[in-house]
Each structure stands twice: as structure tokens, then as C-alpha cells.
Design a protein. Structure first.
Length: 126
């Protein structure tokens, strides 16, 4: 097996990391934040969480998979007080009795830029 870089169509390619790496039947999605293609960061944990998941979804789909195949989410939030808001937005994508939600952990660990309230990395089956 060999590693393959996965990028969003039309996205700028970072030089110091890969947005996602496919290795065999697994995709490793780098931490995604709540920022759109124009560099806009919405206010509030729920909006940023939804956008971070949507950004990951684009990479996952570019690799030929879907959010249904997410195995693990690694969530990092700036403030403990934002946990319930992050969880509410997260549940829109991974909640519900019929959905087998991915394994997850959440850590209070601020992203490197103050404007981000959340960062989410994922491991996905292909």
C-alpha cells in the first residue's frame, strides 16, 4: 500500500500538511475548522462545528466515501462551556437512534488561532 493525498477540488493545497491521506481502505482527515472557502469564520460554536464537519465531508466525498463511514472523530474545543453547543451541531450529522455514531473524544484544547472555537479530525473507512 502507498499513501495518497486527498484534497478538495478547487481548494488551495497547504504546503506543510495534507488535508487528508488515504492509506489502504482508511482515510485520515486532518483537523477541520469552521472557516469557509473565502476565509469567513462564523460566530458561535454550533455554526463553526457544522462548517468544520462540512469541510471534512468535502474531503471524504473527494476520496469516494461519506459521513456514514466515519469511524472516529477527534474534537478539540476552545472552551468547556461550548461543549453542549458543539454536541448539538455534531448530533445533526452523527446522532439519532438509527445512526451508528462514530467513536469520539472531545478535548478542551484551543486551536492555534483564536478565531476558531473547534477543530475536528476524522478517521474514515473507504
Amino acid at each position: 500500500m502507498k499513501k495518497e493525498r486527498v484534497i478538495q477540488p478547487g481548494a488551495m493545497l497547504p504546503t506543510h500538511y495534507s488535508p487528508a491521506i488515504r492509506y489502504g481502505n482508511t482515510l485520515y482527515v486532518a483537523g477541520q475548522v469552521g472557516e469557509d472557502e473565502s476565509g469567513n469564520v462564523p460566530a458561535g460554536i454550533e455554526a463553526q462545528t457544522e462548517l468544520a464537519i462540512q469541510n471534512a465531508k468535502k474531503l471524504i466525498e473527494a476520496a469516494g466515501s461519506s459521513l456514514d463511514n466515519v469511524l472516529m472523530c477527534q474534537c478539540f474545543i476552545r472552551n468547556q462551556a461550548d461543549f453542549s453547543g458543539m454536541n448539538a451541531a455534531y448530533a445533526k450529522y452523527f446522532g439519532g437512534k438509527l445512526n451508528l455514531a462514530p467513536a469520539r473524544y472531545t478535548v478542551i484544547a484551543p486551536p492555534t488561532d483564536e478565531k476558531y472555537l473547534v477543530e475536528i479530525a476524522m478517521i474514515v473507512g473507504l
